[in-house]
Design a protein around this ligand. Structure first.
Ligand code: HEC
Length: 331
């Protein structure tokens, strides 16, 4: 990712400053993976890094509501939405609320107590809400029964959007989100429903699903452009680029140069589409169409090479010196 590289190098150096160069749970070679950076010391990284909660969402059917849901779903997975240290460290809503649930393995130095907890009122992330007290709380499962959650999610009540706005602008020092992004996040959180939870609750993390997330974000950006909502399109494209970066870091091993090259050129294409959206260039939508069309050729290549990437538990186990899981080739 040529153009993204400076940003990623910057993120890495801020992370190093933040964590005092101390790697936590993951073995050093695994620290190329962002999610490895918030694992507890001594934690076995294989399960947390190669599986994910399955999503428990019930998307609405009305086209406008379905678009807002997609806006929220992509924003939920985009660190640029949050500000300050969280964004620089690559933390998004999904880092704590994996697939809209919780994250029992989340451990961030100076922020977490036990794994799965976070103090969201700390100076580390917030210049507004630092209460001066070390009080990490369990990360709630946003896909649990609504009755177990504190913030009312009634569609007629502004409480949820107000809470999320406070999280972004105060807890995480982020900029004011575009109105559709805020409404989308509330719509996404509302759509999470224990009745929609697939069985089993966890599933392998697959490159095809990650590519699909990037494509969904780009289709949603196209919807934003149709609605003349460039600020929302920008957040969506940033989300897709972030997803490509998360894929790229898993293809850092030997023999994967072609996959990395394909990802880099896909990212360059997105970077120019993003510049076109920002400057109001009417050709931006065509660039996104082209990107989606081209993704049909590189996505299967990534899937073919997935066994050699860090999507494969055996490769993660090898790097972490953890026991190789049985029958890794079955993935
Ligand atoms: C660093 C971890 C972390 C991140 C990042 C994070 N949250 Fe949370 N979230 C928490 C914790 C911990 C709580 C519980 C706080 C409490 O009980 O005071 C919480 C609470 C919530 C709640 C209220 C749940 C209830 O009981 O009603 C919602 C909704 C929510 N988060 C959504 C989000 C969204 C949307 C984002 C991204 C904009 C986000 N969270 C980012 C850790 C996080």
């Amino acid at each position: 990712m040529d153009r993204a590289r400076p940003a990623r190098v910057l993120r890495r150096s801020c992370w190093a400053a933040l964590a005092g160069l101390v790697l936590t749970g993951a073995a050093a070679p695994l620290a190329v993976l962002h999610p490895a950076r918030w694992l507890a010391p001594g934690a076995d990284p294989v399960g947390p890094l190669t599986t994910t909660f399955a999503e428990c969402a019930r998307p609405p059917t009305d086209p406008q509501a379905a678009w807002l849901f997609e806006v929220g779903r992509a924003a939920f997975r985009t660190p640029e939405l949050l500000g300050g240290q969280a964004a620089r460290a690559g933390i998004a809503c999904e880092s704590c609320h994996q697939a809209g649930r919780r994250n029992p393995d989340f451990f961030f130095p100076h922020l977490s107590g036990a794994p799965g907890t976070a103090d969201v009122t700390t100076a580390l992330f917030s210049s507004h809400r630092d209460d001066g007290i070390d009080n990490p709380k369990p990360i709630p499962d946003l896909s649990g029964p609504k009755s177990a959650l504190k913030v009312p999610q009634d569609a007629n009540s502004p409480a949820l959007a107000k809470f999320i706005r406070g999280q972004i602008t105060e807890e995480f020092d982020g900029a004011e989100p575009p109105p559709a992004v805020l409404a989308g996040l509330a719509a996404y959180v509302r759509s999470l429903d224990p009745v929609a939870c697939p069985r089993p609750p966890r599933e392998p993390l697959r490159v095809a699903d990650q590519v699909d997330d990037a494509r969904r974000a780009i289709r949603t950006a196209q919807g934003a452009l149709e609605r003349h909502d460039s600020p929302t399109a920008v957040v969506m494209i940033e989300g897709a680029r972030w997803r490509l970066g998360l894929i790229d870091e898993r293809y850092s091993g030997p023999g994967l140069a072609d996959a990395r090259e394909a990802l880099r050129s896909a990212d360059v294409d997105l970077a120019s589409a993003l510049a076109a959206v920002r400057t109001g260039d009417p050709g931006a939508g065509v660039r996104l169409d082209l990107w989606l069309a081209r993704s049909r050729s590189w996505a299967p290549q990534l899937s073919r090479e997935e066994p050699r990437s860090l999507f494969n538990p055996a490769q993660v186990a090898r790097l972490s010196n953890a026991p190789v899981p049985p029958n890794p080739e079955a993935r």
